[in-house]
Design a protein around this ligand. Sequence first.
Ligand SMILES: N[C@@H](CCCC[NH3+])C(=O)O
Ligand SMILES: [Zn+2]
Length: 410
Amino acid sequence: MCGTNNATADPTTAAHTISASTPYQRVDDFLSNVGSYKIIESTLREGEQFSNSFYTTEMKCKIATMLSDFGVDYIELTSPVSSPQSYEDCKTICKLGLKSKILTHVRCNMEDAKKAVECGVDGVDLVIGTSSFLREYSHGKSMEMIRKTALEVIEYVKSKGVEVRFSSEDSFRSDLVDLLTLYKAVDKAGVNRVGVADTVGGATPRMVYDLIRTLRGEVETHFHDDTGCAVANALTAIEAGATHVDTSVLGIGERNGITPLGALMARMVVTSPEYTKSKYNLKMLKDIEEYVASCVQVNIPFNNPITGFCAFTHKAGIHAKAILANPSTYEIIDPSLFGLTRYVSITSRITGWNAVKSRVQQLGYSLTDDQIKEVTAKIKQMGDIRPLAVDDADSIIHSYNLSLQQATVA
Ligand SMILES: N[C@@H](CCCC[NH3+])C(=O)O
Ligand SMILES: [Zn+2]
């Protein structure tokens, strides 16, 4: 029902006007990157950690190509050390000649880094846990050991002329002094970016703002969505000076995933419309989401920003009246930016006569306002008895019109 049947309602095509006084646009200060943020798209890395994921080589190539055409700066791939096929696929994707740069994400050790470089990637994303949880129960290394290894590996990757990012893992549960000391050391060693990751999804926007503000230069951020803050945290990070955000299509990833590409686009097209519209091919979003959803066998969630089936459906009579006069009244995003259309529902007891009037016109009938109010009452009467389909409401209008004609003839 995502807006095909009565999408041509003329009054609803009026331009969206967001006045300069809207509180929803960019919070601009000298640190904010809302007008220049970059995306590191990790559907083919973090997304492969989603419980349902199994990508064939063909799927990976198609996803990478779509993301590149969409305009993401980087595409991140599963570590080539994970399996022989992962290694082959990494090489294959590097050879596709995509516009996006290709990265692979590996543990911060020399063997992994060598395998990554062998594949022909543009950049290597190094990662290691820095919280006491991960140091104690995962890799068992001290901060000093982490620093020493990181410097060696960074030097190696750089010597091969390949971009290198160093990210801590579980950054928000790491000791702040430890973390900043480590970032300072890797920065001195010449990393292209440092990464901050909310690996367990526990960070709040305020925590994100405070940590990111202490950093300078190229900063990549990665937010898990365990507590529902992944999009808010990504926006806050960008406002605080982060240059890059990790996303995945539909947010797929480990557990319930990370910042979704589509939700971030929804957020940023409101926060920074000019940049977002010019940089990203927004009309591709629906196709990309549908393709990835089919690969991992899920449906698009009903309440997904932009592409959820009811994302641009207006139902209450009061809303419908105003939307028909000017869509900006109840829409913060113009669906046409994403190649989509709005839908004004008349199939319930909470509809109103203005919405019904628009549907009557679409069906090609000319009724007086009093007649429209009468037919609206009939729709509401039926809507009090059971849920209505579009055809049900249309039939009530057809039948009402027929009875008028018959009355005239008689
Ligand atoms: N998936 C890992 C990797 C983080 C790397 C950041 N780009 C995490 O959440 O910690
Ligand atoms: Zn992650």
